[in-house]
Write a protein that binds this ligand. Sequence first.
Ligand code: SAM
Length: 280
Amino acid sequence: MTFTETLSSGYGQSFSVEDVLYEVQTDFQHLIIFRNSVFGTVMALDGVVQTTERDEFIYHEMMVHVPLIAHAQAKRVLIIGGGDGGILREVVKHSGVEEITQVEIDAQVIDMCNTYLPHHSNGAFDDPRVSIVIQDGVEFVSQTQQTFDVIISDCTDPIGPGEVLFTSDFYAGCKRILSADGIFVAQNGVPFMQPQELKDTQVRLGAYFNEQTFYTLTVPTYAGGVMALAWASDCLQHRCVSAEHINAYLAQHAIHTRYYTAEVHQAAFALPGYIQALLR
Ligand code: SAM
């Protein structure tokens, strides 16, 4: 049996399926978790690979450590989506963070990833600083009275339930609840394959913040070139952290990483020419 991703028409990566561990149509999306000989356990939603056991560390380290180390003083962190627990695992490594709120629309993703991908969260759901809210992220950011220093949108692509997490309404809600020197980051697809997604975010998110840009990373199973993560903040100095600051922070918090380094953090904001051209 083969699983072929259906994200782009005319092109798709395929995985041999050794074993289907779990498959269900939840109230929100089609969820499948299967074993592959190269990437280990793979989780896909609505036909699109979300995470794999073997390469997840790249995405989760870059989504979390770039904003949290740039901010350096974050006490309250909001995660939107992130049901597999990988973002949470990396956030709890930051000992200065006092409260972590995670808003996930689909409780079945959390439950099934806890069962079949336990190393993603690695026990982080039991951290006393963590509150889990089962709700649509756009509803939460428009209604909550809480504020946050860092917001991380670990969402699906802008199809199905994740579509609302790429709208102006969502970005307005995030701006409303982000502290004055806060940082917002979000997964924003692979620009070579989804150029319009990048341009839409630039316009919609850029309307609310003094600085809006993207940083990149390379994840083997997010196929088609480098992936872009959206970055937005009103505090311009967060973009320019020194290698000394990053290395001191990693040492102080005893954070060990396999992809994220001081050099990778700084270089990730250097955008390839074809991406710069999309943003002009
Ligand atoms: N890392 C992945 C990627 O880049 O493809 C995405 C990870 S997956 C954990 C994304 C999560 O977002 C899913 O668990 C999904 O249920 C959740 N999600 C989708 N739409 C949402 C919404 N409107 N509000 C909250 N969570 C949502």
